[in-house]
Design a binder for this molecule. Structure first.
Ligand code: PEP
Length: 250
């Protein structure tokens, strides 16, 4: 069965609540396309107003992070049940900015992935290599280790429903996109890794996105690759261009 493309915006630390509502209202008609899943991953403080503003549209709302504990003395954190109650469907986990600036490691991410599933959220699990790792020829090995570690104890049925985003760190926010061949090569390697750890049916079902300077000009070619099931989009998700990315076929 063909996998439905999923195109998710990662707003990062941008948009105040009022700006967020304005952006949703601007983008709503531009991203109206039921052929793909459209997700806006927004800062925690924007979740409630964005869920409200997106009502009646095809936009699904995601979070950019969460903590693995249910509740309690974890000042500043947000739990999976809080996200679910607010109307969130997806959660980005392991974005390279969180791995790098906030020192999130695979052991922590494994707990977060399991908690997200337990709560009924769909994780968008990010993986990706640095430029140095690519130049050393260890990109695939590194990504395979990330995926295997982050998915310890996660079942095949769960993996079938999740999203894995391949995001080469050197292409994020730099304007440098991986070539279509580079992006396809690693997205295929991600799928092969899932087939190896689980089985072919799981690998055929899991959706693998490419992320890293996706824009209206390169989306169509990237998303036409057999193992690329859409994109995780940073900068361009804050602009009307996001509508062109969602409608990459037109
Ligand atoms: C991202 O933040 O996940 C990302 C891919 O950013 P950009 O599209 O700006 O490179």
């Amino acid at each position: 069965m063909a996998r439905k493309k999923i195109i998710a915006g990662n707003w990062k630390m941008n948009m105040t609540p009022s700006q967020a509502v304005e952006l949703v209202n601007t983008l709503k008609p531009l991203v109206a396309n039921d052929d793909v899943d459209v997700v806006f991953c927004v800062p925690a403080i924007d979740i409630v107003p964005v869920v409200e503003a997106a009502k009646g549209s095809n936009i699904q709302v995601g979070a950019e992070n969460m903590y693995f504990e249910e509740k309690g003395a974890y000042t500043g954190e947000i739990s999976a049940p809080m996200l679910v109650d607010a109307g969130v469907k997806y959660v980005i986990l392991g974005h390279s900015e969180r791995r790098d600036y906030f020192k999130e490691d695979d052991a922590l991410l494994n707990k977060k992935v399991k908690k997200a599933f337990e709560a009924g959220l769909t994780p968008i699990l990010c993986c990706g290599e640095t430029l140095e790792q690519r130049e050393m020829g260890i990109a695939v090995d590194f990504i395979r280790t990330q995926i295997k570690s982050d998915l310890v104890g996660v079942s095949a049925d769960q993996v079938k429903t999740m999203v894995i985003a391949y995001e080469p760190i050197w292409a994020i926010g730099t304007g440098k996109t991986a070539t279509t061949e580079q992006a396809e090569e690693i997205c295929k390697a991600v799928r092969d890794c899932i087939a190896e750890v689980y089985d072919q049916a799981t690998a055929d079902a899991v959706r693998v996105q490419y992320g890293g300077s996706v824009n209206a000009g390169n989306a169509a070619e990237l998303f036409a690759q057999p193992d690329i099931d859409g994109g995780l989009v940073g900068g361009a998700s804050l602009k009307p261009d996001f509508g062109d990315i969602v409608n990459y076929k037109k």
